[in-house]
Ligand binder design. Structure first.
Ligand SMILES: C[S@@+](CC[C@H](N)C(=O)[O-])C[C@H]1O[C@@H](n2cnc3c(N)ncnc32)[C@H](O)[C@@H]1O
Length: 442
């Protein structure tokens, strides 16, 4: 078990401050260049900046054990996982959203050598020779999101993937399928909520076929790029584990031998009023057969378009007043916010915030209780606005970390070029800065 001596922690603080003061331009890059290799497999909402998080991990590794175990309890599309794998570090990731866990499993399959090229070529051939007009998806409102004509094409893609041997190969093809759904369903790509496209923006079947071909080609290019990175590295291939489930109760079975580095960007509030990860994922998930969804997924989570978001942190208003009371003693910043809301007669409007903060605290407490060894936590968060009031989430995170006996070493602020957070529809303002807090538990 590695402990960080006070001297080492001062060295770490100095290095982090230096990094914060000399932020490389690449941290502000957007588009394809900012998401190289496996990072660009699926455009998942609110993805982290890989280069920035990688630089922070490297800075930590320069002062703690180089065989540290990386954890991302809100793993999403696996930005941190990919950065851990590239560095040969063992990894544990958790996400309640089966699509997130599936995409992470696809990336792990690529790391383990899945023959995606052959699988992709065969699947494309099978798809192009399929002339059936059967529609293989049946769920309420299917025809709203996929016209019959387009659903026939998606069904052919689906059959081609189902016929592909190899679970790992299929998971990569399902990730491509999810990106195809994102780009070609009748839901807009400009919002994460399910929102019907304007008639002139509806994608036709020829466009679905050309998009599929382009995505398969792009994926193979990304895999080649990733493999060239890991093949030339001196690291032995690490072990990674993805848990599809709720972080508040997940069975985190990592070994307590190694130093742990938790690196994550949690949701900033409940999914419904921040980013509806569940709605974003719903259409793709409803096409994927249950057997190909990640182990541990909960069937009730796909019962309707809101069920993933309701099951996520802050998704339930039950006992909101009790949850608020519980958090007052833990976070002085939250207490000040609640008083401010009361003075502005906005107590009712902030109930979801209280529920979310309670759930978030529960999640961090559960994670902490599963980690006996020394650890560092790297939390990237932001302050959103609810009912005209700024939610001091960055400070609330610090309070929670303190309550768990962690110590904030420093924070790195980054201006956001284009982070898409809802504004008008959640009565909130755009988040323009994000804060990465680095804390230490010894
Ligand atoms: C900001 S996103 C993470 C994005 C990720 N860092 C990336 O780069 O792709 C937050 C994630 O938290 C997940 N989440 C929300 N509530 C959760 C819960 N109770 N347990 C586990 N994951 C949860 C969401 O599904 C979402 O994928």
């Amino acid at each position: 078990m590695t402990k960080v001596s006070p001297r080492k922690s001062t060295v770490l603080k100095d290095k982090l401050i230096m990094l914060a003061e000399n932020q490389p331009q690449s941290w502000g890059q957007v588009g394809n260049n900012a998401r190289p290799n496996l990072h660009g497999l699926l455009r998942y909402p609110a993805m982290m900046v890989p280069k920035m998080q990688g630089d922070i991990i490297d800075t930590l590794l320069s002062t703690v054990a180089s065989d540290s175990h990386i954890i991302d309890p809100f793993v999403g599309s696996g930005t941190i996982m990919t950065e851990a794998l590239i560095r040969g570090l063992n990894f544990t990731g958790v996400d309640i959203n089966p699509l997130a866990a599936l995409v992470c499993n696809a990336k792990l399959a690529i790391d383990s050598g899945a023959d995606v090229e052959q699988a992709s070529n065969n699947a494309l051939k099978a798809f192009l020779s399929d002339t059936s007009t059967a529609i293989d998806a049946d769920y309420p409102n299917r025809d709203k999101w996929f016209s019959d004509e387009n659903a026939i094409i998606f069904s052919r893609v689906r059959r081609a993937i189902i016929a592909t041997p190899g679970h790992g190969e299929r998971s990569v093809l399902w990730a491509v399928f999810a990106e195809l759904v994102r780009l070609c369903s009748n839901s807009r790509t400009t919002t994460y909520k399910l929102h019907i496209r304007k008639p002139e923006d509806i994608v036709n079947k020829e466009k679905i076929v050309s998009t599929l071909k382009a995505l398969l080609k792009d994926t193979l290019g990304r895999i080649a790029e990733y493999r060239s990175i890991v093949e030339t590295s001196e690291h032995t291939r690490p072990i990674a584990n993805i848990i599809c489930g709720d972080i508040r109760t997940a069975n985190l079975q990592y070994s307590n031998k190694n130093h742990k580095i938790l690196v994550t960007s949690p949701p900033y509030g409940d999914n419904q009023t921040t980013i509806p990860y569940g709605q974003f994922s719903f259409l793709a998930l409803r096409w994927i057969p249950n057997a190909d969804l990640p182990e541990g997924w909960n069937p009730s989570i796909l019962s309707n378009t809101c069920s993933i978001d309701s099951a996520s942190l802050g998704g339930s208003l039950i006992d909101a007043a009790f949850k608020q009371d519980q958090m007052l003693g833990i976070s002085p910043s939250f207490e000040r916010f609640v008083k401010e809301a009361a003075a502005a007669k906005k107590t009712k409007e902030i109930r979801k915030v209280s529920s979310f903060i309670f759930d978030f605290h529960k999640a961090l407490t559960h994670i902490k209780s599963g980690t006996n060894s020394s650890s560092h936590w790297v939390l990237t968060t932001g302050n959103r606005t609810v009912a005209g009031l700024v939610v001091p989430f960055n400070d609330i995170c610090k309070d929670i970390v303190n309550s768990l006996h962690g110590e904030c070493i420093t924070s790195i602020e980054r201006d956001l070029p284009t982070k898409r957070m809802p504004s008008r529809n959640s009565q909130g303002a755009m988040i323009t800065t994000e804060t990465t807090m680095i804390a230490e538990f010894s």
